[in-house]
Write a protein that binds this ligand. Structure first.
Ligand code: SF4
Ligand code: SF4
Length: 279
């Protein structure tokens, strides 16, 4: 079963929840940190590094000796990664989506490929969990291929938890796609409600069942609960605002270290999701 933990905006406690879910589950499980622009789940795990490898995507290189400057590749590329400029074809590597179309369309066989290293994949393990993290190189914008690669490590496990990028755009959708269930983490503020509504709409359009965890509960703001009730979305857990949780996190401790009772609650969530999916 794959559970994606996402949020409409950063800073809601998404990673806290993802780590707690996977550590609470006593059987073999996998945590995939797909928040590749700012991965931080590893900060909370006492795991042993086992592998680090570069991740690259293919990008075109034009063989000037063969190219007759017909411009067909530039016309074809819908991402503006190629441009005919005077006597050469310019390649904007960081705009390229590696679709391979330009090399197929070139009548001169002038389009070769080379590697563009966009990030790293790091895997680690502890007694109970296998952890994989993708890190996008600074200045690189194309996170979906790296996210897809990290997700390959989660296939066929008892429980795979994905820590997704925040927001509702392409990276979040790439991380969530294929999950059995999505947990949306939010906080009781008007911003939290607004971003939750956008994230919930995205996940609903993808036809994936979802539930909400309301973090830092206790401000008195009821907008999130009202929204969930109106939309028929279950709030599967409320985590009270608690200074000791924030302090523990700043020291690399998890919510389970300071609120041991949270372990049963997190396990209950996993069991409930599992039962709901197998009904
Ligand atoms: S399609 Fe091929 S021959 Fe035409 S401009 Fe592009 S690389 Fe050159
Ligand atoms: S591989 Fe695709 S996206 Fe990249 S330059 Fe060629 S046509 Fe454009």
């Amino acid at each position: 079963m794959t559970v994606a933990v996402a949020s409409g905006k950063g800073g809601t406690g998404k990673t806290t929840v993802a780590v707690a879910l996977v550590l609470s589950y006593d059987r073999n499980s996998v945590l995939l940190d797909c928040d590749v622009e700012e991965p931080n789940a590893g900060f909370f795990l006492r795991s042993k590094s086992i592998k680090k490898e570069e991740f690259s995507v293919p990008v075109p290189v034009i063989d000037a000796a063969k190219c007759n400057l017909c411009g067909r590749c530039a016309d074809f590329c819908s991402f503006n990664a190629l441009a005919l400029a005077g006597s050469k074809i310019l390649v904007f590597r960081d705009l390229c989506h590696s679709c391979g179309g330009c090399s197929l369309i070139c009548p001169q066989n002038a389009v070769m490929e080379e590697k563009n290293i966009i990030g790293e994949i790091h895997s680690a393990e502890s007694d109970k969990i296998f952890f994989v993290e993708g890190t996008l190189k600074i200045g690189k914008a194309m996170s979906p291929p790296l996210i897809r690669e990290v997700k390959k490590y989660g296939k066929g496990e008892n429980l795979t938890v994905i820590d997704c990028p925040p927001g509702n755009s392409c990276p979040m959708i790439t991380a969530v796609r294929g999950a059995d269930y999505v947990v949306l983490v939010t906080e009781p503020t008007p911003f939290g409600r607004h971003d939750l509504s956008l994230a919930a709409e995205t996940v609903s359009e993808m036809k994936i069942p979802l539930g909400v965890i309301l973090n830092r509960y206790g401000s008195g703001y009821k907008g999130v609960e009202e929204f969930c009730e109106k939309r028929g979305i279950e709030i599967i857990l409320k985590i009270d605002e608690d200074i000791k949780i924030a302090q523990a996190q700043s020291e690399g401790k998890t919510i389970l270290d300071v609120c041991p009772e949270m372990k049963d609650k997190m396990c209950g969530i996993v069991d409930k999701i599992q039962k709901g999916l197998t009904k």
